[in-house]
Write a protein that binds this ligand. Sequence first.
Ligand code: AMP
Ligand code: ZN
Length: 479
Amino acid sequence: MGLKFFNTLSRSVQEFVPLDPAGKRVGMYCCGPTVYDFAHIGNWRTFVFGDLVRRFLEFKGYSVQHVMNITDVEDKIIKRVHETKTSLREFTGQYEAAFFEDLTTLNCAMPHQTPRASEYIPAIISLIEKLIVRGLAYKTADGSVYFSIEKYRGCGCQYGQLVKLNFDEMRAGERVKNDEYAKESLADFALWKSRVPEDGAVFWSSPWGEGRPGWHIECSAMSMKLLGPSFDLHLGGEDLMFPHHEDEIAQSEGAALQRDGQRFVKYWLHGAFLLVEGRKMSKSLGNFFTLRDLLAKGFTGREIRYLLLTAHYRETFNFTLEGLQGARTALARVDECLTKLREVAGVEVKLVNKTRLEEEDSRLVTAFTAKLDDDLNVAGGWGVIFEWVRDTNRRLNDYTLTPETAEAAIKAWTKIDSVLGIADQNQIEIPAEIVALLEDRQAARKARDFKRADAIRDELKAKGWVIEDTPKGPKLKKL
Ligand code: AMP
Ligand code: ZN
């Protein structure tokens, strides 16, 4: 059975078939952070979901190009830049750096490209120009440019593909905000916003005068520039479906850069929201947590990642501090089982020396894969894992595991952890150089060259590792 995703575009679960005729390369764009503050735990649910999609695609053998933009030009940012009297770069730089730090804390794979909107202004301008040429965008007297929904629909294009829209309702009592007074219709959205005094130094020149891009066009321009006019996957939280992603489709397909019969994006994936203690996060309710707030409470990135990965991405998830305690207990169960498996397997170092590991415990890998193939049923995946932990513990207690089967089990776990990314880094990361030294020492001992074996032991010690020779073979421990 192949991989299937729920595609918001078709509102159905569909088999994943990449655009690449060779079926190998996959282009994936995740709407990234707006860098005006530290990302909160809800944002992190969505980013960790993106990481899961990428890791699972790689696990399935696809070669993924993962792009995540940094929104560094946007209304909230400009307001804060104005208030804090800083420069745009200085202001956004601190939150961008924090974002990447947090991404590492949560063990998310670094996206291959992280374009900043502020560095894609020429691409944005050129896309707006195309829309004007095609008659889908219009300039207003103040030098702003809007996308015309009516003209777009007039060309036979559908506005309201990801969500059902009621145009009569949208037009009712058409009263436009005063900063957008020049719009022809309430539904129209800004592609280019003309400069106002509060923008301070945040403006660029354009064929329509000084100003800055609207948020939606930034993502259309950056995604198509880096992934081409048609690509496989576009991800974000469910709140982005409308208007952000709907507008991205209108702009990108309105510019008609796609080849005949191809869409801007083939599969749209949206992650459900995270609630905290059953409610929408808000500072006044005291349930607003950034990742850093949780780290300060003594939780680890690993525990937080685990908890964010327990529920299906399309289900609203209720985040609680109790749940984080539960994550700690669950991880301890996995760790304990793996520690015991390593003891049985003998040479702890074999964990990282993948070539020496033979057959995998394919039952675990197959069952886990089947769950995730089914629209990333990660909750089902955990069910498989904990059943495996139970079964393995039973076999450990019965002494029915041989070193070989223990090794195979560890290898199977390592393989599925390439998707989950929750392994205890302290347990698995023995540097290759240290592994090589241990192997040299084993070879020296076999050749009865004890002088050399002892010299290697000392060298390892100097590098912070001690060898414990056990009846089951040597073990490495960090000093
Ligand atoms: P922002 O930094 O506001 O642009 O949001 C970054 C990402 O976080 C977007 O994909 C949002 O959809 C997502 N997001 C925002 N709030 C939540 C939440 N409470 N739960 C899950 N995702 C969220
Ligand atoms: Zn976006």
